[in-house]
Write a protein that binds this ligand. Structure first.
Ligand SMILES: N[C@@H](CCC(=O)N[C@@H](CS)C(=O)NCC(=O)O)C(=O)O
Length: 206
C-alpha cells in the first residue's frame, strides 16, 4: 500500500496510526503542504480534492478521506478492530471521531486559514483567534463527553477510531501552544495512546 502523506497533517497522522495498529506495511509518499504539492496536477489525479491523505492499494483507484480509509482498513483487516463490538458503542465511537474530523478539523484546515488571511485580509492574530475558538468549542465538547468515563481510551480499554482522531488533533493544538490545562481527560487518554508503539511511531516527531 502507498500512503500519500505529510508528517504534520493530522488527517494523514490518523491513517498512519490505523495502519500501525493493524501491523500493516506501507510506503509513504510525501506530499509537502509547505510547498503546496497537494495542489499539483499530478497529485490531483490521485486525490481530486487536493488534500492528504490518500491510500493506494494495488490495482485500485486511490482511497481518500481518512475516515473512509480507516473503515476500509478495518473491514479488510479485521484483526485489531478499530470499532467497538456493539452498534450502540460504535455509534458513540464514530460520534467522537466526527466531533473531531467534521466539527474541528475542517474549520482549521490550511486552505481555510489561508482564505481568512488572503481573500478576507485577516491578520495572523485574528487567524489564531479563529483557530483557538473552534478548538475550544470542540475540546470542551469532548472533555464534557469523556470526563464521565474512567476507561483507558475514549471508548473502552482498547484504542478505536475516536483515539486515532484525538491524538493528532491534540498534537496540532500543542504545535500552536494551545492551553490544554482545561482538558485533563483528553490529555490522560492521549498519554495512554502515546505509550503504544502504533501511536508513537506515527507521530510527526518520529
Ligand atoms: N476530511 C479529509 C481532510 C483532509 C485534509 O484536510 N487534509 C489536510 C491536511 S490535515 C490538507 O491536505 N490540507 C491541505 C490544504 O488545506 O490545502 C480527511 O479526513 O482526509
Amino acid at each position: 500500500m502507498k500512503l500519500y502523506d505529510y508528517s504534520r497533517s493530522t488527517a494523514a497522522y490518523r491513517v498512519r496510526i490505523a495502519l500501525n495498529l493493524k501491523g500493516l506495511d506501507y510506503q509513504s509518499v510525501p506530499i509537502s503542504l509547505l510547498d503546496n504539492e497537494q495542489n499539483d496536477a499530478m497529485y490531483k489525479t490521485v486525490n481530486a480534492s487536493g488534500l492528504v491523505p490518500s491510500l493506494e492499494t494495488e490495482g485500485h483507484q486511490a482511497l481518500t478521506q481518512s475516515l473512509a480509509i480507516m473503515e476500509y482498513l478495518d473491514e479488510t483487516f479485521p484483526n485489531v478492530p478499530l470499532l467497538p463490538a456493539t452498534a450502540l458503542e460504535r455509534a458513540h465511537c464514530r460520534a467522537i471521531a466526527l466531533d473531531i474530523a467534521c466539527d474541528i478539523h475542517p474549520l482549521n484546515n490550511l486552505r481555510v486559514l489561508k482564505h481568512l488571511t488572503g481573500k478576507f485580509a485577516h491578520s495572523d492574530v485574528e487567524k489564531m483567534s479563529w483557530y483557538f475558538h473552534w478548538l475550544t468549542l470542540g475540546f470542551d465538547t469532548l472533555e464534557n463527553k469523556l470526563s464521565h468515563s474512567s476507561t483507558t481510551f475514549c471508548c473502552g480499554d482498547s484504542p478505536t477510531l475516536a483515539d486515532v482522531c484525538l491524538v493528532p488533533q491534540l498534537f496540532n493544538a500543542r504545535r500552536f501552544s494551545f492551553d490544554l490545562t482545561p482538558y485533563p481527560t483528553l490529555v490522560r487518554i492521549e498519554q495512554h495512546c502515546l505509550s503504544l508503539d502504533a501511536f508513537a511511531k506515527a507521530s510527526p516527531d518520529e
